[in-house]
Design a protein around this ligand. Structure first.
Ligand SMILES: *[C@@H]1O[C@H](CO)[C@@H](O)[C@H](O)[C@H]1NC(C)=O
Ligand SMILES: *[C@@H]1O[C@H](CO)[C@@H](O)[C@H](O)[C@H]1NC(C)=O
Ligand SMILES: *[C@@H]1O[C@H](CO)[C@@H](O)[C@H](O)[C@H]1NC(C)=O
Length: 738
């Protein structure tokens, strides 16, 4: 089996070899005779085209055991058309073993649940979210955005179809709400694939899918407001785009949903879900289904996952996916915290401003003695502290549901709570659900200040609050959110991820009740922002490939924050390519990128071959028989991606080539500009690109050579820009010296 080149930054394992097939064996915990759903990949018979879906399904059935199941249960769950070459069926492990010997069998793995990429429970808020960057009323017309998620609440005012055009003529989908007219010109498709759902209809019982759908394409809702917070008109990113919703829970259902969405002819797929395991692509159903959709011209945008801030936690990291990280905005739901020593700190809340005690009250930290449970306020004992009528400091923790400390402290008679970010959350403040106890969330740095104040003032410590309502212009913004999944990817051979950032902290969206709005945080919330922008771009440029749309968004992104510094992470340090990707989405600029880095089906196949996947694995991902030897494999860094991340042996020079296509003015002249730190010399040739026609291509080489005192283990990051009189086409560049 060919070898896989691995890409580990901090373990310095630059040349770890392993075969993709067995490095991360899929754990199949059930015993050999338990029936479960398996996803089975098979290779299409050579030179055989299926004349009908029945023909294809009959061939898939030929792999199944002849023994029928006891009950009325069917063996075949799904026979897939495009998402993979294969099917999902009810089988035992013993039966799969028998199947492995059959001609055409490739690989089988048990079905698994998908995880919504939101880590925080929903909270009510009355706040409008008008997209100031985009004149949305005219845009998104006629584009269909598919959402694969937990379903939808079709009754929410965000899905009203006032002002919406009829669905495009190409649309082939349908609405499965028991034939009731819950769909309209906004919600044009709704299907349920979640077989074990309590409601066998596309209704959302979770809230995640509804929130995501309203973010991507919710209609205008004037006067959305609750509580004491400012209000305005709420709208999705592409308020004139149509929505098609596919409800799923398991991987096998996701593949069926993608199959259906390709058939239905959606233009963009927004998937705020992650597979719970990081896997090689041939074992990753979302990655395979996304490639199938991409080959049908559908841009697939997915959440980077919420396992940050730790490195190599990025999910949905295939190069054909648009991987979206989450960042902060300039909006805060502000409460000032005034310590009795005169220090004023800024926290955030969703509670009614009138509920906060204004006068100074005694302030106490049950965890001052160092007791773990008392620090987290997860136990009624509270370190033996008397908190009656006082303000209590509790430390937040990713493992503790955010409503728990408030409940405990409230029961003990406290007047208010300050919930402090743990170190890993840094400056990313996520508001918590309003409860009986007014609660302010503060950053980790402010928490350290508060703890030192408490330890020096002890029983004399006091604190008061000054609610400020919704404030805008909070500096600096954007910053990468603590939870946002980080690269480098451990399975994609060095393609930098995530690709782009979008707002993902304290995002307002539709709820499960008729007209209320709620706040959620996560890369789940960032993803529909980018999917909505992709829909807007698609309406302007209907013929651009998914890679061209990605390139447009990535090369025009914002890389500096509101204070003029490189975008930072939750600690305030520069985030870099593996946290911020190409930067924060900039919709207006993305509509006119000048040059495009494009990619097509065979480029991805050559990349897979170059990344060390064997013919069988590549065939599974490509869903056709591939012979890598005839494909001219390329290494990941040579894939025509809009970012460059090179792993370089110090003594060697490396050339990386790229090709751009002119989508700006026919006559254009671009000059290369490189910003790169001392240590590695970066030369672009040719140094200018001249175009005389639209859609002409030009190739260039970036030559890298280590200079001077640059030791192994050094990571350097800079930027390559192609600059013309009216465009700047920019790519982040990183070099890791081994
Ligand atoms: C938005 O579109 C309308 C109608 O085309 C136009 O009158 C208005 O100037 C546009 N606004 C902006 C900010 O582009
Ligand atoms: C699938 O169902 C499980 C159990 O009900 C739930 O925890 C999970 O969030 C669901 N996932 C999706 C994508 O709906
Ligand atoms: C790298 O590119 C430079 C500039 O185009 C060229 O002079 C050099 O020969 C190339 N090196 C290799 C190894 O291809």
């Amino acid at each position: 089996m060919p070898l896989l080149f691995f890409f580990f930054f901090f373990f310095l394992c630059s040349l770890c070899y392993a075969s993709p097939g067995n490095l991360f064996p899929i754990v199949d915990g059930r015993d050999a005779t338990t029936l479960q759903t398996y996803i089975v990949h098979v290779s299409r018979p050579k030179n055989a085209a299926f004349t009908s879906p029945e023909h294809r399904e009959a061939w898939h059935r030929s792999f199944l055991p002849t023994a029928t199941l006891g009950s009325s249960e069917q063996r075949m769950v799904y026979s897939y058309d495009k998402a993979i070459s294969g099917f999902a069926a009810r089988l035992t492990r013993e039966e799969v073993k028998v199947m492995e010997e059959m001609e055409g069998f490739l690989f089988a793995h048990p079905d698994e649940p998908l995880v919504p990429a939101t880590t925080y429970t929903p909270y009510f808020l009355g706040l409008s979210r008008a997209n100031g960057l985009w004149n949305a009323t005219k845009k998104g017309d006629g584009v269909v955005i598919g959402i694969v998620d937990t379903g939808i609440n079709p009754f929410h005012v965000s899905f009203d179809d006032a002002g919406m055009p009829t669905p495009p003529k190409s649309w082939r989908g349908r609405c499965d709400f028991n034939n009731k007219p819950f769909c309209n010109n906004k919600l044009i498709g709704a299907r349920n694939f979640a077989r074990a759902a309590s409601v066998h209809l596309p209704f959302d019982t979770d809230g995640h899918g509804t929130h995501v759908a309203s973010t991507v394409a919710g209609n205008f809702v004037p006067g959305a407001n609750v509580g004491g917070y400012a209000a305005g008109t709420a709208a999705g990113v592409a308020p004139r785009a149509h929505l098609a919703v596919y409800k799923v829970n398991q991987s096998s259902e996701l593949l069926a949903a993608i199959d259906q969405a390709i058939y239905d002819r959606v233009d963009v797929l927004s998937i705020s879900l992650v597979s719970p395991f990081y896997r090689f692509f041939h074992q990753n159903t979302l990655a395979i289904g996304a490639l199938a959709a991409t080959e049908h011209g559908i841009l697939v945008s997915c959440a980077a996952g919420n396992a940050g801030p730790f490195q190599s936690t990025v999910a949905n990291d295939a190069p054909w996916i648009l991987t979206v990280g989450g960042s902060t905005t300039d909006r805060a739901l502000r409460v000032s915290v005034r310590l009795d020593n005169g220090v004023i700190l800024h926290g955030e809340t969703l509670d009614d401003p009138n509920d906060f005690p204004m006068a100074s009250l005694p302030f106490i930290f049950p965890g001052a003695g160092g007791h773990g449970v008392a620090r987290l306020c997860t136990d009624r004992w509270l370190g033996g502290a008397d908190v009656e009528g006082k303000v209590v400091l509790c430390m937040a923790d990713a493992r503790v549901p955010s409503h728990v400390p408030g409940q405990i402290v409230s029961l003990a008679g406290a007047a208010a709570m300050i919930l402090a970010n743990p170190a890993a959350s840094g400056n990313t403040i996520m508001v918590v659900n309003p409860s009986s106890l007014p609660t302010v969330v503060i950053s980790h740095a402010d928490a350290m200040e508060v703890i030192s104040y408490l330890s020096s003032w002890e029983a004399d410590a006091g604190v008061g609050f000054a609610p400020k309502g919704t404030v805008y212009g909070v500096q600096p913004f954007p910053a990468v959110a603590a939870f946002s999944g980080r690269g480098p990817s451990t399975v994609n051979d060095g393609v930098p991820k995530p690709d782009i950032l979008a707002p993902g902290v304290n995002i307002l969206g539709a709820s499960l009740t008729g007209s209320d709005f709620i706040v959620m945080s996560g890369t789940s919330m960032a993803t529909p922002h980018v999917s909505g922008v992709a829909a807007l771009l698609k309406s302007l440029h209907p013929n651009w490939s998914p890679a061209a749309l990605k390139s447009a968004m990535m090369t025009t992104s914002i890389t500096y924050d509101s204070e003029g510094n490189e975008i930072t992470d939750e600690t305030g340090r520069p985030a870099g390519i593996f946290a911020a990707g190409a930067g924060h989405i900039n919709p207006l600029r993305a509509s006119d990128p000048g040059l495009i880095y494009d990619l097509h089906r065979d480029d991805y196949v050559r990349y897979l071959c170059g990344a060390g996947y064997g013919d069988v694995e590549v065939s599974m991902v490509a869903r056709r028989t591939v012979d890598c030897a005839s494909m001219m494999p390329i290494s990941a860094v040579q894939l025509n991606y809009p970012m460059i991340a090179l792993v370089m042996v110090r003594s060697e020079k490396t050339n990386v080539s790229r090709t751009v296509r002119n989508v700006g003015p026919a006559k254009s002249m671009y000059a290369a500009e490189v910003d790169f730190p001392v240590g590695v010399d970066v030369m672009v040739s040719p140094a200018t690109l001249e175009f005389t026609r639209a859609n002409r291509k030009a190739s260039f080489t970036v030559a890298f050579a280590a200079m001077g005192p640059v030791g192994p283990g050094t990571l350097l990051q800079g930027t390559l820009r192609w600059v013309s009189s009216n465009h700047v086409v920019k790519s982040p560049v990183s070099v890791y010296v081994v």
